[in-house]
Design a binder for this molecule. Structure first.
Ligand SMILES: Cc1cc2nc3c(=O)[nH]c(=O)nc-3n(C[C@H](O)[C@H](O)[C@H](O)COP(=O)(O)O)c2cc1C
Length: 327
């Protein structure tokens, strides 16, 4: 009987949680955004020009493919350049379109000339010089470049990371944190939308946020630097993408943890698996943008000379790996 009550209660609370997430998706998802805001436009532009990047990167590219994307992109650029504020993806879109035009010129010269003319008009309207990004479109990337990323002993790197809950008082230099964030941003994301946003809370501010989190008992009061990792709902439009911001945000979080580890900075994830009420309370106490969903908190700091960590052994591989092969 007791078990059944528990099941009903949990189902009910899960239902409230889903409803809360649904209401946030409906209110803040990209489908509500117009191209007027730079943020919303950034996500729209990158989604469009990424289809061109993909088309340009195929080893056997079909001439003529990608024109629908190019047309949508030039239309969006024409509209957006009459508005205030130019985002980084507006500018990147121009470079990608130029590279696309280069690839299409031999096959569709008239159409390409028409596209370039419209691009010129867009550039003339821009209130700032439009840089050309060489690092856009598709790049040649040979095997030796891939090899440069190989670690001599990858196990040493991965297996030496532990969640650390008590840190040394040595402050983290701003440049080191920035370096970690830049590296973490190399994390993949759907259509390269990069919908993440990180809030850095220090000292008293960190304590204010930690008061809402229930996994830091016994060590939270000593945390000096706290990151709140969030994902921007405006980047996600289709109802099929309802979980995408959690996935992209989670991947970014892991990337950041490893980037910090590579710089000798330890961290501990602090879950934000919370009820809608608790989430709203945190948002009232800390200025987190309404469109940003909280993935987790991350306590960060340098390790002490001597530390004690949870061993947290891993499961045997056979329990988590299944090979499915038709042969
Ligand atoms: C999303 C997430 C939330 C977590 N939340 C907490 C937390 O609230 N409190 C805590 O002490 N540890 C938290 N952890 C840390 C885990 O306990 C830890 O990662 C796990 O035991 C594996 O240990 P390791 O990170 O040292 O390898 C969290 C980890 C993840 C990935």
């Amino acid at each position: 009987m007791m078990d059944r009550v528990k099941v009903y209660a949990r189902t009910l609370f899960a239902g409230f949680g889903f409803l809360y997430d649904l209401s946030r998706f409906v209110r803040y998802g990209g489908w509500r955004s117009s191209l007027r805001s730079v943020e919303a436009r950034n996500y729209y532009m990158v989604k469009l020009y990424h289809t061109l990047e993909k088309s340009l990167s195929f080893s056997h590219r079909k001439p003529g493919s990608g024109w629908a994307g190019a047309q949508a992109l030039i239309l969006a650029l024409e509209r957006s350049f009459m508005l205030h504020g130019i985002g980084c993806h507006d500018l990147l879109a121009i470079s990608v379109l130029k590279k696309f035009a280069d690839a299409e010129q031999p096959h569709h010269p008239q159409k390409t000339a028409w596209l370039l003319q419209r691009l010129l008009k867009v550039e003339a309207q821009c209130q700032q010089p439009v840089p050309f990004f060489q690092h856009s479109g598709a790049l040649d990337y040979d095997r030796s470049a891939f090899d440069k990323g190989r670690l001599p002993a990858p196990e040493q790197f991965f297996l030496s990371r532990y969640s650390l809950r008590e840190f040394s008082p040595v402050p983290i230099p701003v440049e080191e944190l920035r370096r970690a964030l830049e590296m973490a941003m190399k994390a993949p994301s759907a259509c390269n939308r990069q919908a993440w946003h990180v809030y850095h809370l220090k000292g008293e501010m960190a304590q204010r946020a930690l008061a809402f989190q229930d996994g830091n008992r016994g060590f939270g009061h000593k945390i000096q630097d706290l990151l709140i990792i969030t994902s921007d709902l405006r980047a996600f439009v289709s109802p099929r993408e309802r979980y995408q911001h959690w996935i992209d945000g989670g991947m970014f979080a892991m990337s950041l943890i490893l980037a910090l580890h590579a710089l000798g900075i330890a961290s501990c994830c602090l879950n934000w698996s919370q009820s809608g009420t608790a989430d709203s309370r945190l948002r009232k106490a800390i200025k987190i943008s309404a469109q940003h969903s909280v993935m987790m908190m991350l306590a960060i700091g340098y390790p002490n000379e001597q530390n004690r960590v949870c061993a947290s052994p891993r499961r045997p591989l056979h329990e988590i790996y299944t090979l499915l092969s038709a042969h």
